[in-house]
Ligand binder design. Sequence first.
Ligand code: PMP
Length: 456
Amino acid sequence: MTQEEINIDHLRELDKKYFLHPTTSIKQHQANGPSVIFTEGKGIYLKDVKGDTYIDGLSSLWNVNIGHGREEIVDVISEQMKKLAYSSTFQNFSHEPVIQLSEKIASLTPGDLNVSFYTSGGSESNETAFKLVRHYWKLKGKEKRTKIIALERGYHGITMGATSATGITPFQNMATANAPDFFHAKPFQLNCELGDKVDANYPRSIRGIIEKEGSETVAAVILEPVQGAGGINIPPDGYLQAVRKLCDEYGILMIADEVICGFGRTGKMFGVDNWNVVPDVMSVAKGITSAYIQLGAVIITERLRDELAEISTDVLFHGFTYSGHPSACAAALKNIEIIETENLVANAKNMEDELLKGFQYLEEKHSIVTKTRAKGLMGAFELFVDRDSGTPFDPSALAAPKVIQECFKRKLIARPVVFEGSNIITIAPPLIANKQEIEKIIVILSDSITAFEKQI
Ligand code: PMP
């Protein structure tokens, strides 16, 4: 063993002993330790302690939108930290980066979504959104409006409210009791949302749930414009508009969870922009700083803010210690500047075509590949034993995880989504990815699928 190998082994042992990993099997981690220990990032690539280079095919956690190793962001954070690393925004205190960022966000968001509240991430943003909408209804004298309707396969985070809104059952099943008043509708029941009561799925639609529970008890509907962690599920055209209309019909607030979609991921600045829908509340995080430092926000309409101001002079009893962290706000401003000056939103849109072309090639070459889809640089396809008859793989075949393992061997990081019989491969590289890099990803995917096909 070389000294380097001994050092890596030591690191792996320390990791196993002292570090509890998120969304990781504790048992498997105790047996195997970390699969990789990263040391560097540049562009769409990550390097590990052994010196191997990986393509970051999921932008880490769908968040490194401008790519790794951007020194401009490091410089801005460093300058801000030297000047004013932190100050509070409680009790009307403010600072320049938070003011500038709020103005910038307002210039990008649709409609009059012009007022930002800051958090440290997506879960906190959604948690805040739920509390804000309930607070709003309470002040309006409609205390009964507490219920939140979300979608099955939606992901909204892991704090209590956010977990309860999440429609991916393994997350909900982790603890014994979720928060009350969260409901899950079957996604994309366009006809039902438009009012087709004869449809068999009507009771499970958002409209069906509203009618069953009573619209006077519903505070808000929350949904991702394109579902991310649930397998990159793109709604049919007209769906988001139908939900907006439905919310308006019943006076219910609409929350768009833009934590993944926001800041260019779908080929528009925000996911809702693909369908020209303006929600009442928008949650963002991830791409707001491209993950250089933690930040999230809840953006509400001026109308909502003005109504809240009009009804009550009370203190808004909600705020995180790190709400509007100056260094994070400075990083966000620089990150947004890079997204704009490098035309990364347009690049994501252009690369959607490359991704779809690549997926089409995979579909032609591999009989197990089907259901290819992409919105901007958010793409997925599915694996079926027999795609013509729609016969899924037996769960014991571990189809998607094994393909992802083969990708990993070939130095591509992607994510499998496996539940309720589906085997989905999801891809979401940084928004700086070019044609050649997308082609590289497709070649590795194809080789990995071939390797899996040989195993079955
Ligand atoms: N909403 C969506 C759509 C997400 O994808 C995520 C994170 N993957 C969250 C909320 C939660 O964000 P965080 O992990 O920053 O709390």
